[in-house]
Design a protein around this ligand. Structure first.
Ligand SMILES: Cc1cc2nc3c(=O)[nH]c(=O)nc-3n(C[C@H](O)[C@H](O)[C@H](O)COP(=O)(O)OP(=O)(O)OC[C@H]3O[C@@H](n4cnc5c(N)ncnc54)[C@H](O)[C@@H]3O)c2cc1C
Ligand code: FES
Ligand code: FES
Length: 295
């Protein structure tokens, strides 16, 4: 259910603050199509939006605190003329943080027209049709028993597929272990899942059509420029803009990776009427190591 003036269950104090601010529609690309959602509160998690607002229950909630990986989804962000894919825990990721990005959940992999065969690759005879290699490999390697963890594993595999297989890099056992370290499985055991990670590279290749995706993301960004600025979820792109936003909104909750703040929302049930997200500030995306400091 979306939070609206008549249905909002938040405290009156927070309602007053909330409705004096502009919460711009949250916009992202899914299956190559723009999705626009109105009235998404700044502290709503991406998992809540997916499961409760969009009814996409393929993405699971296990721990709700970033430990188990059942809620893993993959945002794709356009940066420096490329798409950057990362497997993230949607349970502690704030929904507005993916504004302007592409998003894949486990329900999208076999439905996205932008995921296309590479070269003249017909599906192999033994291959279940329409499944992404990440899914097909899990089937062929028997990587799922009860299945609760499977959507999360599949999405971590999808991120690995785009970041490594599509770049011509091999999936070693060590890489698979590292990249799946955020996903827990209670019943299958990890050997078949690690086998699947390595096996997916041997299946007929597919890839996200990045030129098309980048074009669509550019259009989405152009459209967003015409909208009123989002004053309840502020996400500056430069350091001066961030400092100005901080000065103007000293009480806004600052978030970066949201791996602490996300838990304050999901476990402590804290509510935030205004968020200041620092993750798009280019100057804060670097790690500088000097003999004295890591900054
Ligand atoms: C599964 C899991 C395992 C973890 N394991 C460990 C562990 O083993 N050891 C450990 O120490 N921690 C652990 N943590 C905690 C984790 O290290 C911290 O949550 C993380 O370092 C916080 O970084 P963040 O970018 O996600 O911060 P956020 O959650 O975004 O913010 C945390 C705090 O920092 C403030 N903040 C963020 N960026 C800035 C900024 N640029 N300027 C000023 N203030 C800012 C925020 O306002 C907030 O008060 C774990 C967390 C999870 C989810
Ligand atoms: S539900 Fe466990 S990490 Fe998100
Ligand atoms: S298959 Fe049951 S938790 Fe992984």
């Amino acid at each position: 259910m979306h939070c609206t003036p008549t249905t909002c269950l938040r405290s009156p104090r927070i309602d007053v603050a909330f409705f004096h601010m502009t919460t711009r529609p949250l916009q992202f690309l899914r299956r190559g199509q723009p999705v626009a959602l109105g009235n998404v509160p700044p502290d709503r998690t991406l998992l809540q939006v997916l499961r409760e607002d969009l009814g996409c229950t393929g993405t699971k909630e296990g721990c709700g605190e970033g430990d188990c990986g059942a809620c893993t989804v993959v945002p794709g962000e356009a940066r420096d003329g490329k798409v950057h894919y990362s497997a993230v825990n949607s349970c502690i990721r704030l929904a507005h943080s993916i504004d302007g990005m592409a998003l894949w959940t486990v329900e999208d992999l076999s439905e996205d027209p932008l995921i296309q065969p590479v070269g003249n690759n017909p599906p192999a005879l033994h291959q279940t049709t329409h499944l992404h290699p990440a899914q097909e490999a899990m089937v062929q390697c028997h990587g799922s028993q009860c299945g609760f963890c499977t959507p999360g594993f599949v999405m971590s595999l999808f991120g690995m597929y785009q970041n490594h297989v599509c770049c011509g890099q091999p999936i070693t056992r060590a890489l698979a272990q590292e990249e799946l370290s955020g996903n827990l499985c209670r019943c299958t055991g990890y050997r078949p899942i690690l086998d699947a990670a390595q096996h997916m590279a041997t299946l007929p290749a597919v890839a996200v059509n990045e030129p098309q995706l980048l074009q669509k993301l550019e259009l989405l960004a152009l459209y967003s420029k015409g909208l009123e600025a989002n004053s309840s979820y502020i996400s500056p792109a430069t350091l001066p803009a961030l400092l100005a936003a901080r000065a103007a909104h000293p009480h806004a909750q600052v978030v970066a990776g949201c791996t602490d703040v996300g838990l304050w929302v999901t476990k402590l049930h804290k509510q935030y009427a205004q968020i200041l997200d620092v993750t798009r500030v280019t100057a804060l995306r670097t790690v500088d190591a000097t003999p004295q400091h890591i900054r």
